[in-house]
Structure formats: structure tokens, C-alpha cells
Design a binder for this molecule. Structure first.
Ligand SMILES: Nc1ncnc2c1ncn2[C@@H]1O[C@H](COP(=O)(O)OP(=O)(O)OP(=O)(O)O)[C@@H](O)[C@H]1O
Ligand SMILES: [Mg+2]
Length: 229
């Protein structure tokens, strides 16, 4: 019988930790592998970040990620949302995999992997979600069968209604950013596969966009410093 993850409180779920993908600190959550009755899942818990960050921003981050996961429930390369024990945490399906640039037991066949990754990214865009943080390679995982898995949807951007022209424009740009992440990864692990169809980051928003990106990165660095003891 499959476990009903919603039957457990956050405290109870934390007791079933069998290993840890990431330890919470500063602006980072705990990401734990948990196992109940032989079934595994991943618990992402923002309350493990620094106190003020967890209190003020934690619920917002958790809500954003759950919203994107729910919208992608029919997409196989993204884990299913299984439960929300509180406003700062959620449980998702565990997909046996390794981060693509740190894979030790899995050896991807690069042409196949990039074909599948491109399909996976197209699929989430069709479902109305731009991931927006795929340029960080720890968010792209690979299964033993060589299938891509996309995690960490906290920065995801949803496509709005047809009349919302501004939203549609931004969504289009973020989809391009996701595609440029594929190019970035390819450049790193299999540069021989690069071709003219690959999207380069500099093409997306011109100089103004690159300047905005630098401002964004500076804000992110500053918030990490401020919220880290
Ligand atoms: N559903 C999942 N199935 C398997 N592994 C997962 C899953 N979710 C997360 N992981 C693992 O945990 C790691 C961290 O998860 P995630 O990226 O969501 O958290 P994070 O706080 O953003 O961490 P980071 O800053 O390292 O990206 C991933 O790189 C991956 O190795
Ligand atoms: Mg991540």
C-alpha cells in the first residue's frame, strides 16, 4: 500500500530522514531523503534556513515551488508534489538520479541526453512554466536510464492569460533563458554537440538584460550575506 504522506507532521517526517542532499543554513532549506515503510520521498524544509529568512521568506518560497510543481503534475521529468505538512515545507516524489555534472554511478550518453533534455524543457514550457534556474547545473539531474529530471522550481515563472501581454513577453524571455541553460551545459560537458540552433544567453535580452541580470545576482549575493549568521 502506498504511504499517505499527508498523514505525517513536519516533525514526524523529519524523523524518517535517511540521508541529506543539502543542509539548511542562511537562505537555504534542508533537502532530505526520507523513507517510510520502504517508500522514499524528498522533504524540502525552508524552516531550516536562518530564523528571519525562514520566518519571512520561507512560506513564499515554499508556496511558489508547490504552485509550479502542481502545474507540472502531468510532466514526468518533474517530481510529483506529495504533501504540504506546513507553510514552510513540502514533500515530493523521490526520483533516483544524480546531478548531471556530478554523476558518479551514471554515465550519460550525451547526444541522447541533450535530445531528452530539450524535450523535457519544451514540455514544461508547454505546461505553462519557465524554470528559470536551470543555469545552475545542480537543478538538472539524470536517472540511471539516462532521463533528465528537473528540480528546484522556486524561481519558476508561470505563463498568464492571453490578454496579459507583459506576462507573455517575460515568460517568453524566461523560456529562452531555460534554453540557454542547455547551451551552457552542452558547452561544459559535450562542446562537440553545439550547433547553430543553440540559444546563447547574450542573445536573449541584449545589453539591458545582461545589466539587469548583474543587478539580480548582486541582490541575491547581498540577501545571502544578510540572512546568513
Ligand atoms: N525529487 C528529487 N529527487 C531526487 N533528488 C532530489 C530531488 N529534489 C532534490 N534533489 C536533490 O537535492 C539537491 C538540492 O535540491 P534543490 O535544488 O531543490 O535545493 P536547493 O536548496 O536549491 O539546493 P541548491 O542550492 O544546491 O540548488 C538537488 O541538486 C538534487 O541532488
Ligand atoms: Mg537547487
Amino acid at each position: 500500500m502506498s504511504v499517505n504522506w499527508s498523514d505525517y507532521s513536519l516533525e514526524q517526517l523529519r524523523q524518517y530522514e535517511i540521508s541529506r542532499f543539502r543542509k539548511g543554513a542562511g537562505s537555504r532549506p534542508d533537502v532530505l531523503l526520507i523513507e517510510i515503510e520502504g517508500q522514499r520521498a524528498v522533504l524540502k524544509d525552508q524552516s531550516a534556513a536562518d530564523r528571519w529568512f525562514a520566518m519571512l521568506i520561507g512560506p513564499l518560497l515554499s508556496w511558489r515551488e508547490c504552485k509550479a510543481l502542481a502545474r507540472l503534475s502531468s510532466v514526468n521529468c518533474v517530481p510529483d508534489l506529495l504533501a504540504r505538512p506546513c507553510r514552510r515545507s513540502f514533500v515530493m516524489q523521490y526520483l533516483d538520479s544524480e546531478p548531471i555534472t556530478r554523476a558518479q554511478r551514471i554515465e550519460p550518453v550525451w547526444p541522447d541526453f541533450f535530445e531528452r533534455l530539450t524535450l523535457a524543457v519544451d514540455q514544461i514550457h508547454k505546461a505553462g512554466i519557465a524554470h528559470n534556474d536551470l543555469r545552475n547545473p545542480t537543478n538538472i539531474l539524470v536517472t540511471p536510464a539516462g532521463e533528465p529530471v528537473l528540480v528546484d522550481l522556486v524561481a519558476a515563472f508561470g505563463r498568464g492569460a492571453n490578454w496579459n501581454v507583459l506576462n507573455r513577453w517575460i515568460f517568453g524571455k524566461f523560456c529562452q533563458v531555460d534554453r540557454s541553460a542547455i547551451t551552457k551545459l552542452k558547452t561544459r560537458v559535450a562542446p562537440e554537440l553545439l550547433n547553430h540552433a543553440d540559444v546563447q544567453a547574450e542573445q536573449i535580452a541584449g545589453r539591458a538584460g545582461m545589466a539587469l541580470r548583474s543587478v539580480g545576482q548582486a541582490i541575491r549575493r547581498l540577501s545571502r550575506k544578510l540572512f546568513t549568521d
